[in-house]
Design a protein around this ligand. Structure first.
Ligand SMILES: C[S@@+](CC[C@H](N)C(=O)[O-])C[C@H]1O[C@@H](n2cnc3c(N)ncnc32)[C@H](O)[C@@H]1O
Length: 205
């Protein structure tokens, strides 16, 4: 029988002492969190084990966070308990996600390229609709400017073209856009490169 291949982070999500990506929130989130009011409504889509969600909740925001991974969500809940932090975390799929409320900030880090292009574009279009005027999106997606490394290649079905994400935000104020290549490393896998786009945009009207 074929063994189901699972992405490397699933292992780390199961280990409560391990860190899959980072213990620290992403620097772009810490930078732009300052631009939203306290007690804002925030969504972290594809939140993983939740370092960004927990940071945003500790800053006083109401945070909804979802991920496809049950283990990721269980670990996020465990980390919330440990730190006495309130995050509304639940399992959901980006490809079928139905918005039920409006948000002031939507963040999605490193998750969109794991669903096909039509699905991530549809998610962003819906997310834009369900963002309050003045609200901010912070989106990071891998691009095909370098090939996907072997460990994520089977899952990276929706790599963007460089700058493609920008096309979805022409009607918003783009506060920051970065296209970059960075070196990454995980346990049991050699150093490798990722090509990435990161966009921060504000809904103007
Ligand atoms: C590289 S991790 C990033 C996690 C987190 N955003 C962070 O910055 O640490 C990618 C995440 O996307 C999630 N993911 C992949 N496909 C998904 C889908 N269809 N719906 C929701 N989450 C998904 C994975 O389970 C994983 O937690």
């Amino acid at each position: 029988m074929n063994k189901k291949i699972v992405p490397f982070w699933e292992e780390a999500y199961r280990e409560y002492e391990a860190i899959a990506f980072s213990n620290e929130p992403n620097a772009t989130i810490t930078e732009f969190e300052k631009k939203i009011n306290t007690q804002s409504k925030v969504l972290d889509a594809g939140c993983g084990e939740g370092q960004n969600s927990i940071y945003l909740a500790q800053k006083g925001h109401y945070v909804d966070a979802f991920d496809l991974s049950e283990y990721g969500i269980e670990k996020l809940k465990y980390r919330c308990e440990l730190s006495n932090t309130q995050v509304n975390a639940f399992v959901a799929d980006l490809t079928t996600y139905q918005f039920e409320q409006y948000y002031d900030m939507i963040v999605c880090f490193g998750a969109l390229h794991f669903v096909n292009k039509n699905a991530w574009k549809r998610f962003i279009i819906n997310a834009k609709e369900y963002t309050n005027i003045g609200g901010i999106h912070i989106i990071q997606i891998f691009t095909d400017a370098v090939p996907a490394p072997e460990d994520i290649a089977p899952f990276a079905v929706g790599l963007a073209k460089d700058e493609e994400i920008k096309e979805l935000y022409t009607d918003w104020d783009v506060l920051q856009f970065k296209s970059y290549v960075f070196e990454d490393e995980h346990p049991n896998f050699p150093k490798h490169l990722h090509a990435s786009n990161k966009i921060v945009a504000r809904k103007m009207r």
